[in-house]
Design a protein around this ligand. Structure first.
Ligand SMILES: [Ca+2]
Ligand SMILES: [Ca+2]
Ligand SMILES: [Ca+2]
Length: 159
């Protein structure tokens, strides 16, 4: 199941890569979830791609976490694409992976980890955009069931 898809140069080779979030992946247990990255370049992929054909993946490690809601942007404004992966664990969590990413990853490899706000769907509908126009992507997290009810914005920091 593809829950979300985005494009960005995650491995830093100058070609855009295809990123697919698959929260029903069960590689490490039932619905641990995964993100699959297909490298762009001069060679072509078949139009009928399977998850097994991904060049590398990010795997969840806890049953029912459903890792796999993704966004690609440049959080630290260094010109390299970064990956935000959300899961349904606990109050909904987000994992930040700073590019370049070139090999299989686990959630324990994430550069940063953000906990949700006490409800079950925080970050699942997150989005990246440069709201303050300083060159860094900013993370918008909608937490529809939180007491404060809504949109939280985490500003990226240019380095
Ligand atoms: Ca690339
Ligand atoms: Ca970056
Ligand atoms: Ca920004």
């Amino acid at each position: 199941m593809v829950a979300s898809a985005d494009i960005g140069d995650l491995n830093g080779d100058g070609y855009e890569d295809l990123v697919l979030g698959n929260p029903t992946d069960s590689t490490n247990g039932t619905w641990t979830g995964a993100v699959h990255i297909y490298e762009g370049g001069t060679s072509t992929h078949s139009l009928e791609m399977t998850y097994e054909q991904a060049d590398f993946s990010v795997f969840g490690d806890s049953t029912s976490d459903r890792l796999g809601f993704i966004d690609v942007g440049d959080l630290d404004a260094n010109g390299l694409a970064d990956l935000v992966v959300s899961s349904a664990a606990g109050g909904g969590e987000a994992y930040l992976f700073y590019g370049p990413i070139k090999t299989n990853q686990s959630v324990t490899d994430a550069t940063a980890h953000i906990d949700g706000i006490g409800n079950t769907h925080c970050f699942l509908y997150s989005n990246l955009a440069d709201i303050d126009q300083d060159g860094s992507s900013d993370l918008m997290a909608t937490c529809p069931e939180s007491a404060s009810g809504g949109l939280h914005i985490l500003f990226g920091v240019a380095m």
